[in-house]
Design a protein around this ligand. Structure first.
Ligand code: CMP
Length: 174
């Protein structure tokens, strides 16, 4: 096989890596009875839930999680909102999960998000935007560690795996 074709195959294969991403289902979703709807959308996509729990967020964790927004005018109101009821934190796993989940969730502002996305269908707000989803592999790793102990993350085989992915995807990166 020519080197160029082999490299192409390798780089395609390297894209098929199972990733984990962190989701926070926010107080607005919980109060609006949307937990099942949201979890169902991720499940139907074929994503695997490898961690899930309900927690009450406090200032210290919010300061850490939203540190890049600490100087924004909405920071205090964001903290108040995120503490206003418990949230559900969840780890989703799947091949290219980070990109897939960001597309399902939609952009930050509900009123700008496309119909069909979670925010596009269920939110019209810039703040009460239903879910948080990690924006990169690096953030996902940090965020998962922030909210989950290793023993609360479950690696298991799911029986629909061979129908969710194609044969080449299932064989994973070389
Ligand atoms: P999230 O994806 O969790 O990342 C930062 C959060 O800040 C965002 O979702 C919103 O909940 C909130 N946020 C972003 N922009 C604004 C804004 N202009 N006013 C209020 N809240 C905002």
């Amino acid at each position: 096989m020519p080197v160029a074709s082999k490299n192409k195959l390798l780089s395609n294969k390297n894209m098929l890596k199972e990733e984990k991403t962190l989701i926070i289902i926010k107080p607005d979703a919980l109060q609006r009875n949307l937990l099942g709807e949201i979890i169902g959308r991720f499940e139907k996509k074929g994503l695997k839930i490898t961690g899930i729990k309900m927690i009450q967020l406090e200032d210290a964790l919010l300061m850490e999680h939203y540190s890049q927004h600490k100087d924004k005018p909405f920071f205090q109101s964001l903290k108040n909102f995120m503490k206003s009821s418990p949230v559900v934190v969840m780890i989703l796993s799947g091949i290219n999960a980070i990109k897939a989940v960001r597309l399902i969730v939609g952009p930050t502002k509900g009123y700008e998000a496309d119909a069909g996305s979670i925010r596009g269908d269920l939110s019209i707000s810039g703040q009460a935007n239903i879910v948080h989803a990690s924006d990169s592999l690096e953030s996902a790793e940090v965020e998962i560690k922030r909210f989950f102990k290793p023993e609360d993350i479950f690696e298991y085989k799911k029986s629909d795996f061979e129908f969710v992915y194609g044969e080449e995807e299932r064989s994973g990166p070389e």
